[in-house]
Ligand binder design. Structure first.
Ligand SMILES: [Zn+2]
Length: 494
């Protein structure tokens, strides 16, 4: 309760306590204003929101720590309505016009460090330098002096500040002054990035040779469907739709909400503090003042309740005492006949973004041993269809789907089996001996298991009739082979 992080939540004394704890977790995941010294910093990763605002409702501690200078959200007009169905299950509808005005816009800054010593295994770093042209002595015949090797890089081997790089574009160039060869570093990420800053560091020997450099890249991260937003009361949700403003509900004075959330977010979670914040900020916005949301300022048995205190302010400004308002449907224009709650709530943009998390694959890399798809988003892997998923497919009786997932989309393999002895390992392929002409020798398959009486049926010029092709998971075939190596024979019966 005494902590700064806990004091981000206004009226936290009116919330159910787990919600305050959730907010303490989420307060650390906001895309906010981490520092004001962006030009001087070279952090691996920094998140920044571009349209931060000071919250209308804040606590005393919030003020003492000068958090106004470090906004981590914006004051959003919030309507609590079940509207269109796109606000089910904690998803939030965002007003498209608000988004276009800058609501929730932000960026990610990533800095890459380049050290000649790391890149070049050679000890004599002096040989290498950042440049975008060959040294005069190594110029090829007819090559113009100072001809740029890479068009998007400047003469010094670095990209222009403010330019954009796409995936695979060169972002730095190193020249070997001895051989004239160049080594180029490329933009590895799939997302386009803007060159925010290029910094050069001198060498330790105090000469002018640049040995190290850092490049700060800026990635545009304006909200997209699937990004996460949260109020300061543990009420998080995912953007489901940017709804056109003309179809959003509006009040009598013509105010459209920035965000719509579902009323079902409240009964079970009991975040009364959020409702009080909504009223308080609404009154604050109308009266042009900041509001004090420090917990334990109002008490149930006290002389004045928070509801009455802010209710009177709202009434004085000509609004409904309890913060509800008549709202008109955006699509029909008719009055919505319900007591609808609309106010101002400070909303935080959280830094979990779909762009970092989505995973998709049709064909892709396989594990060399098992021939099953590799795991991991970075490597373009698949998502595991685990035992529980398998169970649910089984219980639905959709065996073709199961076979598709577990065999054809995984490690389907065409093996040959001897139906006489049931052996998978002894089937083999060899060239047909009697045919010698032609470029490609025809092949035949047969069983070479000595226990199989196959040998007496062998016709050296054709496939053995007891060999059948069979589609198996490769890992099964692999297991039979491994077991065979330990003198355990695994056979199939027909
Ligand atoms: Zn056999």
């Amino acid at each position: 309760m005494l902590d700064l992080l806990a004091n981000f939540t206004p009226f936290s004394d009116q919330n159910q306590s787990p919600r305050n704890m959730y907010q303490c977790q989420m307060g650390k995941q906001t895309m906010g204003t981490p520092v004001h010294s962006f030009p001087y910093r070279a952090d691996n990763k920094l998140y920044k929101i571009h349209t931060g605002q000071a919250p209308i409702v804040h606590s005393k501690l919030f003020k003492n720590f000068l958090m106004d200078e470090y906004p981590n959200g914006s004051n959003a007009i919030l309507a609590v309505i079940s509207y269109t169905g796109y606000d089910m299950e904690d998803s939030v509808i965002i007003n498209r016009a608000s988004f276009e005005r800058g609501f929730g816009h932000g960026s990610v800054y990533k800095t890459i460090n380049i050290d000649l010593k790391d890149i070049m295994s050679d000890e004599t770093v002096e040989r290498y330098q950042f440049a975008n042209h060959r040294p005069p002595s190594k110029r090829k015949q007819g090559e113009e002096p100072n001809k740029l090797l890479y068009n998007n890089l400047s003469n010094d081997g670095f990209p222009y500040v403010g330019s954009w790089v796409q995936s695979g574009d060169p972002i730095y160039c190193i020249i070997d002054s001895l051989t004239g060869n160049d080594k180029v570093g490329r933009h590895k990420e799939k997302e386009a990035a803007c060159i925010q800053a290029v910094k050069l560091f001198g060498s330790r020997n105090n000469n002018d040779v640049v040995e190290k450099a850092s490049i700060t890249l800026r990635f545009n991260r304006n909200p997209v469907i699937g990004d996460k937003f949260s109020s300061r009361h543990g009420q998080k949700g995912v953007v489901s739709m940017f709804w056109p403003q003309e179809d959003m509900p509006f009040t009598e004075s013509g105010i459209y909400p920035d965000i719509i959330i579902n009323p079902h977010a409240f009964p079970s979670r009991m975040t009364i503090g959020m409702l009080v914040e909504s009223m308080a900020a609404k009154a604050g916005a109308l009266l042009g003042t900041f509001q004090d949301g420090t917990p334990f300022q109002f008490h149930e048995s006290g002389s004045q309740l928070a509801i009455d205190y802010f209710g009177e302010q709202l009434q004085a400004a000509g609004y409904s005492y309890y913060g509800s308002e008549p709202i008109y449907s955006g699509s029909s224009g008719c009055l919505m006949e319900a007591d609808l709650y609309i106010g101002v709530v400070y909303y935080q943009r959280l830094r979990h973004m779909v762009l970092d998390k989505f995973q998709s694959r049709s064909l892709g890399p396989l594990n060399a041993i098992t021939r099953q798809p590799v795991k991991g988003r970075k490597r373009g892997g698949g998502i595991r269809l685990g035992e529980m998923e398998r169970d649910s497919l089984l219980s639905h009786g959709i065996s073709f789907c199961l076979r598709d997932r577990l065999l054809h989309c995984s490690d389907a393999f065409l093996a040959h089996i001897c139906i006489r002895c049931g052996d998978l390992v002894s089937t083999t392929t060899e060239p047909i001996t009697s045919v010698t002409e032609g470029k490609e020798t025809p092949l035949r398959t047969f069983c070479r298991n000595p226990k199989c009486k196959e040998s007496q049926y062998i016709n050296e010029n054709q496939d053995s009739p007891s060999i059948e092709p069979i589609i198996l998971p490769y890992i099964y075939w692999y297991l039979t082979n491994e077991l065979q190596a330990m003198h355990i024979s695994l056979t199939l019966k027909f």
